[in-house]
Design a protein around this ligand. Structure first.
Ligand code: ZN
Length: 214
């Protein structure tokens, strides 16, 4: 049975399994290789850039989603049938739940979709003089109750280079990009001063939820 199982998962049928899982409402395809950026964390202690000096463990961030949210430590779970690892945590929330900046910072990149201002963005921050970045992915791109991809999921005035305050509205939860066929969620990432993604789970657990965007 073990042999059969392994063969099954090694076969081309794996994509089918993934689709079935998606149909069950679980997230497997969330985030994309393109938009989640490069994976640098595998270097570990061997990374020539050395260990990060950033102290995420001492930070008190604002929780990035306003309203009921559920999530688990899905960091490094396989994605795209094992072709890549998950570089953040998926925060499952109702579509159009407000997404807010976890700390003061500057919008450092945005990804436009269909010519609009949707649906990914990053904010650069500093802590004790050391830079780091938060990323907010799969922001809404649809008109209410549809999947038309026509609505701007990023808040007014949020654009590249703009300063934002902790808790400020950035946009709204959705399922844009390669999350199109999954339930709505925010793919959230934290990156150190070298751009390496870190597991945000324990940091999110400590983060302060707010009742409404500031
Ligand atoms: Zn994700």
């Amino acid at each position: 049975m073990k042999f059969v199982t392994e063969r099954f998962f090694q076969s081309a049928s794996f994509g089918t399994v993934v689709c079935v899982i998606i149909a069950l409402g679980l997230i497997t395809g969330c985030g994309s290789g393109d938009h989640e950026g490069d994976y640098l964390g595998a270097y570990g202690q061997q990374d020539p850039r050395g260990p990060s000096q950033i102290r995420f463990d001492q930070m008190e961030l604002i929780f990035p989603v306003v309203g009921p949210t559920r999530y688990s430590d899905d960091w490094h779970q396989p994605r795209d049938g094992g072709a890549r690892e998950h570089l953040g945590n998926d925060l499952i929330a109702k579509k159009m739940s407000p997404v807010v900046a976890v700390a003061d910072g500057t919008v450092s990149w945005m990804h436009a979709q269909k010519g609009g201002e949707c649906c990914y963005l990053g904010v650069s921050h500093q802590s004790q003089g050391i830079p780091y970045e938060s990323r907010y992915i799969h922001l809404n791109s649809d008109s209410l109750g549809t999947t038309d991809g026509r609505v701007v999921g990023i808040a007014k005035g949020i654009r590249h280079g703009v300063r934002v305050k902790a808790g400020q509205l950035l946009g709204w939860v959705g399922n844009s990009g390669n999350a199109r066929h999954t339930i709505s969620h925010l793919h959230f990432e934290l990156r150190d001063e070298f751009g390496r993604a870190v597991d945000p789970f324990t940091i999110l657990k400590r983060a302060q939820p707010i009742e409404q965007a500031r």
